[in-house]
Structures are given as C-alpha cells and as structure tokens.
Design a protein around this ligand. Sequence first.
Ligand code: SF4
Ligand code: SF4
Ligand code: FES
Length: 251
Amino acid sequence: MSTVTEDKTPKVDAKMIPIYLMGKRYEVPETLTIMKAIEYAGYKYIRGCGCRGGVCGACATVYRKPGDYKIRTGLACQTVVEPEMYLTQLPFYPAIRATYDFSALKGVPEEIFALYPELFRCVACNACGKVCPMDVEVMDVIAAIKRGDIAEAAQISFDCIQCGLCASRCMGELPQYHIAQLVRRINGAYLTPRAEHLKTMVANIAAGRFVDGLTELKGLDAAKLRDVYSAREMEPATAGEDWTPKNNSYL
Ligand code: SF4
Ligand code: SF4
Ligand code: FES
C-alpha cells in the first residue's frame, strides 16, 4: 500500500469509528469493509487486492480487538471494520513452493511426499484450520495427503483461495496451500474421469463449428450486440442436466 492525497469527506451517512492501520489511528465509516476503510484512510492498493469479492486470496488480514488476546484473521474485502481494530494486511506470506515438471509426474502420493517432505512435520495442532477464512479443514487436508488419499484431500481443500494465512500460523512450517494445490492438480489430471462432453466440445471447436456464429457477433455494432445479449435465452434456475436452449444453432 502507499498513501495518496484524497478527499476524505464521508460518502455515506454512517457513524465514524476509530481503527488502527499499522499502528496509526484513523476514523472511518463503520459500514466499510477493511479494504474500503484502508482506502478511505488514504492508502492506495498496489498489492493485497485483487477480486474484491472473496475469491482471489490477495487480501489476507490479521487484527486484534481491544480486550481480546486472540489474533484474528479474515479477508479485507469481506470483513467489516469494528471499533478499535488493530489491523494490518499480509499481501504475501512467504511459503516455499516446490519446483516440479507436472507433465513428468505419475500422480501418486509418493511424489507428493518427495516434493513436500515437511508434510510429516505436521503436529496436528489445527492452528491452520482456525485461521482459514474459507473454513477449509486444513489439518484434515494434510492428514488425508499423509494417508495417500489424494481425492479426499483435493475435495476438502477445494475452497482454498491461496491466501497464505494457514502457513502464517503453522507450527510445522508447512506451505499447506501449495501442497494442496499440487494435490488438486494431480486429482484433476490423473484421478478424475475425463468429461466426455468436453471432448465433444473441443472437437467441435477444432472443426470450426462456431466460426460463423462468432463472425456474425463480431460484425455487430455495440447497440445491436447489447440487444442480442439482452434477448438471449437464459437457463432457468431450476433447469435439469439435459436443458438446452430452444435455438441451438450456436451449439
Ligand atoms: S487453506 Fe490456507 S491458503 Fe487456503 S484459504 Fe485457507 S488459510 Fe487461505
Ligand atoms: S498448523 Fe501446521 S502443524 Fe498445525 S495442524 Fe496445520 S499443518 Fe499441521
Ligand atoms: S481482494 Fe480477492 S479475496 Fe479479497
């Protein structure tokens, strides 16, 4: 983050509350997320901000509240400020990622053990699960990997957004999220059945089936393109697996 000169006039009719950013006190509207409060205080994000929607993992934040010994964690874009919060962001937390040629892997647990032998330093303290903003049961992920159950580890870690908070609290100094990412890649590449409909779609693309439709769309001006977009037939929320649009000339 860096500071910039900005108009700090409140844009919303909200009560102002004090928060502390890296030790310095600021008054911010109580309705803001930590991310917006930091910007309101005059900082500009250079790192530590991506999607602003809770999915990219760039905005890991740690904070304490008055009278509470516990360190708390969250995503700055999702967590609303509270009075007297002492906070800072961790736009990056150092964790060693193993180097590997993915195409040379066979997708067996022993390869994961060799790339990340620190797996076996896990002391099952569950500090990782307690800080995870996505409620991933990180300790269970590590336990599943140690058992060689790649599919289970991939499933439990599916919601991980790579924020790095688990690694920041690990007694065994594990880079849990890098390990889990490798596991999900192996699961996707080697253990999950191939999607037949994807094969069909790729073959259709290769055969040029969508060229006419795309050429037609690319030839429209912006207003006409908007009309076509607005008039498109949308999949109903209750549609079954076999739903297809009435006009399937583009499929
Ligand atoms: S598992 Fe770790 S890196 Fe993934 S979201 Fe949870 S705390 Fe963040
Ligand atoms: S914080 Fe580290 S040592 Fe503790 S359970 Fe999680 S991976 Fe294991
Ligand atoms: S900015 Fe992407 S998760 Fe917060």
